[in-house]
Design a protein around this ligand. Structure first.
Ligand SMILES: NC(=O)c1ccc[n+]([C@@H]2O[C@H](COP(=O)([O-])OP(=O)(O)OC[C@H]3O[C@@H](n4cnc5c(N)ncnc54)[C@H](OP(=O)(O)O)[C@@H]3O)[C@@H](O)[C@H]2O)c1
Length: 327
């Protein structure tokens, strides 16, 4: 038995300095379960170092295993809840084997099929889009919603939830290919390629009265352009999903919005964990009825994980970045 791990090098100058090394075989303790990862999520935000991300209390340090959510199979169990052979979703880190005490782990729902969907559309990113629009922003039928990173998992879900609820969704993507996918498969009404089109004039053209909601997945210059260009309608809501370090309140001040003209709503997916059942009921039904599309960007084996993570950090992934692990 081996246990390959992706670590931030002990001598790393930045989170992108990664190595794949054999780790210890974890020992099963009382109440614990030994799990083998089958799918791992690749999330650039998990590599934001401690103290620099506004919404992540702890981040990895040099020498740490890269944090990752995974779908794992229970190989041995001394846990009261999870049994051998069961598939569970848990924070296992980017490694082949892990031991968990079962806290914060969830059994894979039978509707989360294929299992990779539990890390994407039918998992935390999809749940963030669902509650961000419906609970936080109070989406209403007939509204116009703008979504950045429209071809990524949270963006695609946000656009599709908006459409299912009778709103019109316009996307922003990083390439023509991403935008074509967002329109053709996630059925956005339109999508702007932020690299080749004039964002400001296209936003004005697609929503002359302004957007009711902006679901922000990218932060940075896209968020700045949307705010500086006054593309929100009065009463507009901005759902801040990106964990990038921006100061949207300062951007609003600089753009001279009137007080309370638009609301800034910070999304924290973990705060909706207790409503996971509600989300899964809707999302699994929509997925089963072919009303939701999501693209996956999959590589095989942990050896390929660092390159895949670096690609996602540059925003070059096209779909939900995932690692599939064999037996
Ligand atoms: N709120 C929460 O509790 C919570 C929890 C976890 C994660 N998140 C955040 O949710 C957001 C969506 O997650 P996701 O998995 O769907 O997407 P993601 O792949 O992490 O989103 C990143 C995307 O941002 C866009 N982007 C814009 N400017 C960029 C730049 N300068 N460098 C790199 N990328 C840039 C790229 O998409 P385009 O090329 O299409 O523009 C890129 O693919 C992420 O920002 C993630 O950090 C939120």
């Amino acid at each position: 038995m081996r246990n390959l791990e992706v670590r931030i090098k002990p001598t790393a100058a930045g989170a992108e300095d990664l190595e794949v090394v054999p780790g210890e075989i974890p020992r099963l303790t009382n109440g614990g379960m030994l799990c083998r990862a089958r799918w791992l999520a690749v999330d650039p935000f998990t590599c934001i170092p401690s103290g620099t991300a506004p919404r992540l209390s702890t981040g990895p340090r040099p020498g740490d295993v890269v944090p990752a959510l995974g779908v794992c199979e229970v190989l041995e169990s001394r846990n009261d809840v999870f049994t051998v052979g069961q598939q569970v979703v848990l924070d296992c880190g980017m490694r082949e084997l892990c031991v968990s005490d079962g806290r914060h782990a969830c059994a894979l729902h039978p509707g989360q099929s294929p299992a990779s969907t539990a890390l994407g559309l039918l998992g935390p990113p999809g749940m963030g889009a669902y509650f961000g629009l419906l609970a936080l922003a109070g989406l209403r039928a007939g509204e116009t919603v703008l979504v950045s990173s429209a071809a990524n998992v949270a963006g695609a879900m946000a656009g599709q939830v908006a459409r299912i609820k009778g709103a019109r969704a316009i996307g922003i993507g990083g390439s023509r290919e991403k935008c074509d996918w967002a329109v053709r498969h996630a059925r956005f009404s339109g999508c702007i390629d932020r690299n080749t089109e004039n964002l400001g004039s296209r936003l004005r053209q697609l929503a002359p009265q302004g957007f009711d909601i902006y679901f922000d997945n990218s932060g940075g210059e896209v968020l700045e352009a949307v705010l500086a260009g006054h593309h929100l309608a009065p009463g507009g809501r901005i759902v801040l999903n990106s964990v990038r370090q921006d100061d949207p309140a300062e951007l609003l001040r600089r753009a001279a919005y009137a007080p309370n003209e638009v609301s800034l709503l910070r999304l924290r997916v973990v705060e909706y964990q207790h409503r996971r059942g509600e989300f899964l009921k809707d999302a699994i039904a929509w997925y089963g009825a072919d009303r939701l599309a999501c693209r996956e960007d999959v590589v095989e084996g942990l050896e390929n994980a660092p390159a895949h993570l670096l690609k996602a950090m540059r925003g070059e992934n096209f779909g939900r970045p995932l690692i599939r692990l064999g037996s």
